[in-house]
Design a protein around this ligand. Structure first.
Ligand SMILES: Nc1nc2c(ncn2[C@@H]2O[C@H](COP(=O)(O)OP(=O)(O)OP(=O)(O)O)[C@@H](O)[C@H]2O)c(=O)[nH]1
Ligand SMILES: [Mg+2]
Length: 451
C-alpha cells in the first residue's frame, strides 16, 4: 500500500484561497479525523463538502473539501483537496495537522509521478503539464496542451507499433518458417519500412526547432561598438526606459534584457556593453559578456553608426558574426552619412533611426521572416519541445542509420531484429513505456511542489 502524500497545491502567500492536496489510500481517513461536517468516508466520490478543519476541538478554518475516490482520480488513488482561506499561517497549520496525522510531505512532482506510475498519464503528458505551468505565451500554452491531450504520444506510439509489427513478423518467420500466410521479411522490406519511420522521425526533429522556439522564445543579442545606439534600440523595442542611454562611450557595462511578444512568440532582447578595447576592468568584464552573447544568442543585431566612419572594431564585429544568424542595422540615418558604403557592399543592411523611430517595424518583420514566426503561429502546435525527448529522437535516428547500414550490407534479418528491438525500446523511453528508475526521479524532481 502506497503511503499518503500531502502538499500545498497553490502558491503560498496572501490569497483568497489555498488548496492542500492529499493522495493515497488513507487520504480520506486522514482528513476526516480533523473535519467537522459530513463523515467524509461516507460521502460520494467527486463531491465538495462544506465544514471546518479542527484540531483538538479548536476550529482552524472554514473549508470546502473535495473528495475523489480511486480509481477515477488524478493519481488513480484516493485524492482529497482542502480549499482553505489563503494566507501563510492557516495553510501551513492545516498542512502541519495532516502531516501529524499520518500523511507524508510530497516530493516535487510526486502527484504526477504517481499518476504516471499508475498508468494515468505517460511521460510526454506529464512533462507537458510542467510546460503548461511555465507557459508564458498563448502558443506555448497551446503546445503544452497538445502534449497533455496525447497528440504527441500518439505519434510516437504509432511508430512503435509499426516497429513491433515488423519484429513480430520476423519472429514468425524464424519460429514458423512453414507458416505461409506471414509475409517473409526481407532486407528489401526492412529498407522500405525503416525509410518510412526515418522520414517521420526526421519530420518530428525538424519541427522540434519550432517547439523549442515556442517554449523558450528567441534570444536576440544587440551588439556593436560603443555609442552606436544599442541601449536606445532596446528601450524602443520594449517600449520602456530600461537601459541607461548617454552619449558617453562605454555607458552599458552589464547586459540588460527585455522581452516582447511577436506573433505569439517571446523575443528576448539582450543589450550588451559596446565592444572595444579598454583598460577599465569593469568594462572589460562587460565586453567579455558581450562576446558570450555573440556565441549563445539565436539571432544577433549588429549595429553600425551612419554618422561615423567604419572603425576596425566595426569590421572586427562584422567578421566575428559573419557565420551567425545576423541582421545588420545601420542606425542614426537621421544624421548626415559618414560611413563608407563601399566597404559594406557585400552585406544586406537595414537602415534605422532609433531617434526617429524609423525602420523598427521592418526590423520586427525581418525577425518574423527569419524564424518563420507567422507560420509557427498558424500551425497545429504538434511539436516536441522537451530537450530529453528531442535527444532520444536523435538517438533513435542513430540506431536507424545503423539498421540501414547493416541492412544494405545484406546482414541477416535476425541480427537486424536486435537493433529493431533497441529502436522500439528507445522510442518507448520518450513516452515512458520503457524507463529507468533514476531517470524518473530526475524528471519528476523538476516539477514544482504540489504537482
Ligand atoms: N541622432 C541619433 N542619435 C541616436 C540614435 N540612436 C541613439 N542615439 C544617441 O546615441 C547615443 C548613444 O546611445 P546608446 O543607446 O547609449 O548607445 P550604446 O550603443 O548603448 O552605447 P554603449 O552602452 O556605450 O555601448 C545617445 O546619445 C543616443 O541618444 C539615432 O537613431 N539618431
Ligand atoms: Mg548601451
Amino acid at each position: 500500500m502506497e503511503d499518503t502524500i500531502v502538499a500545498i497545491g497553490t502558491a503560498l502567500g496572501e490569497s483568497a484561497i489555498n488548496i492542500i492536496k492529499l493522495s493515497g489510500s488513507n487520504s480520506i481517513n486522514i482528513v476526516n479525523k480533523h473535519f467537522k461536517g459530513k463523515d467524509l468516508t461516507r460521502v460520494e466520490s467527486n463531491t465538495i463538502n462544506y465544514g471546518h478543519i479542527i484540531d483538538k476541538q479548536e476550529i482552524i478554518d472554514e473549508v470546502l473539501v473535495s473528495v475523489f475516490k480511486a480509481p477515477k482520480t488524478y493519481t488513480k488513488e484516493n485524492v482529497v483537496e482542502i480549499n482553505c482561506h489563503g494566507g501563510i499561517a492557516t495553510t501551513n497549520k492545516i498542512l502541519e495537522i495532516m502531516l501529524s496525522s499520518g500523511a507524508r510531505l510530497a516530493e516535487p512532482g510526486e502527484f504526477l509521478k504517481r499518476a504516471y506510475l499508475n498508468g494515468r498519464v505517460d511521460l510526454i503528458e506529464a512533462e507537458s503539464v510542467q510546460d503548461l505551468i511555465s507557459s508564458k505565451t498563448e502558443s506555448a500554452r497551446k503546445m503544452s496542451l497538445k502534449g497533455i491531450d496525447g497528440t504527441i504520444s500518439k505519434l510516437i506510439k504509432d511508430l512503435r507499433s509499426k516497429i513491433l509489427s515488423i519484429i513480430a513478423n520476423i519472429e514468425v518467420n524464424i519460429d514458423y518458417p512453414e507458416y505461409e500466410d506471414a509475409v517473409l521479411i526481407t532486407n528489401k522490406i526492412i529498407k522500405r519500412d525503416i525509410k518510412e519511420i526515418e522520414k517521420k522521425l526526421q519530420t518530428i526533429l525538424d519541427q522540434s526547432k519550432n517547439g523549442k522556439i515556442i517554449k523558450n522564445g528567441i534570444k536576440v543579442g544587440i551588439l556593436g561598438k560603443p555609442n552606436v545606439g544599442k541601449s536606445s534600440l532596446l528601450n524602443l523595442l520594449i517600449n520602456e526606459e530600461k537601459a541607461i542611454v548617454t552619449d558617453i562611450e562605454g555607458t552599458t557595462r552589464d547586459i540588460v534584457e527585455g522581452t516582447i511578444i511577436l506573433n505569439g512568440i517571446e523575443i528576448n532582447f539582450i543589450d550588451t556593453a559596446g565592444i572595444r578595447e579598454t583598460e577599465n576592468y569593469v568594462e572589460q568584464i562587460g565586453v567579455k559578456k558581450s562576446y558570450e552573447i555573440l556565441e549563445t544568442a539565436d539571432l544577433l543585431l549588429v549595429l553600425l553608426d551612419n554618422s561615423k566612419s567604419l572603425t576596425k572594431m566595426d569590421k572586427d564585429i562584422l567578421r566575428k558574426t559573419n557565420k551567425k544568424d545576423v541582421i545588420i542595422l545601420l542606425n542614426k540615418i537621421d544624421l548626415e552619412s559618414k560611413i563608407e558604403f563601399e566597404d559594406l557592399k557585400k552585406y544586406k543592411i537595414l537602415n534605422i533611426s532609433v531617434k526617429e523611430n524609423k525602420g523598427i517595424d521592418e526590423l520586427k518583420q525581418a525577425i518574423i521572416s527569419k524564424f518563420k514566426l507567422d507560420k509557427i503561429a498558424n500551425s497545429d502546435y504538434t511539436y516536441l519541445s522537451n530537450a530529453r525527448q528531442i535527444s532520444l529522437i536523435k538517438e533513435c535516428m542513430t540506431i536507424i542509420k545503423q539498421i540501414e547500414k547493416a541492412n544494405n550490407q545484406g546482414t541477416d534479418i535476425d541480427l537486424i531484429e536486435i537493433d529493431l528491438k533497441r529502436l522500439w525500446d528507445k522510442l518507448g523511453e520518450i513516452t515512458g513505456e520503457t524507463y529507468k528508475e533514476e531517470l524518473l526521479d530526475e524528471i519528476f524532481s523538476k516539477f514544482c511542489l504540489g504537482k
